[in-house]
Design a protein around this ligand. Sequence first.
Ligand code: SF4
Length: 261
Amino acid sequence: MLESGEETPTDVTAQVRRHLESLRAAGVEWLPAFGPPMIPTEAPAAPVAAAKERFQEKTEAAVLPVASPVEDRRQELDMLAKVVSGCTRCKELAATRTQTVFGVGRIDPDICFIGEAPGREEDASGEPFVGPAGQLLTRIIAAMGMKREEVYICNILRCRPPSNRQPQPEEAANCREYLERTLELVRPKYICALGATAAKYLLGTSQGITKMRGNFYDFRGTPVMCTFHPSYLLRDPTKKKEVWDDMRALLTRLGKPIPQR
Ligand code: SF4
């Protein structure tokens, strides 16, 4: 029984809500999930070190709750990108890259496009899919009635393989943890695997892309459409029709209108 003047759980909830609203009004955008300190007491590198430590624990406890707000996930994604920027798991790639290429786009997108690895332009700019193949991907997204900023774009690898060679299995394995955590934080409705290498390393399949394209697969509960890589379309434009068919299937699943070409 509550003593006179003792607060009920409802009172406490209302107080917490008012406190959070006053913090938000004061410009506080996010709070750490567990306990103090709210304000970092160490150098700016501390959040990165904390994220790295949490990431390396590889436990369920490191995963944000399902209902975690977008801003919390954006914050963790940014911290993960900082952790990745210092990654040296693949010695050759770490020694030859200009910089890591993490991913771009919105949280909770309809689609996350996953390619193979950064190329020369991406290695120079730090952004995925900005070279000729990337420009074609941007046009494909536009043809679907969307903007590039409305989707998420990343690769199996976050570092450019020398001379744009294909990723080695051990490199894909090294980088998979980053990809998986990215997908957990971004939470796309659908994934589109671009090309055989992306499909192979994402889904663990050895099937060719010609057989796989046009069908939906599953990655931990998220449907995956496989299609040709835009760089293949640059070499063989006759394959554009198949890719458009795949994008139409994606739009249909999403319940979106199919723009006329
Ligand atoms: S490809 Fe991934 S795992 Fe390998 S060095 Fe780059 S960031 Fe690290």
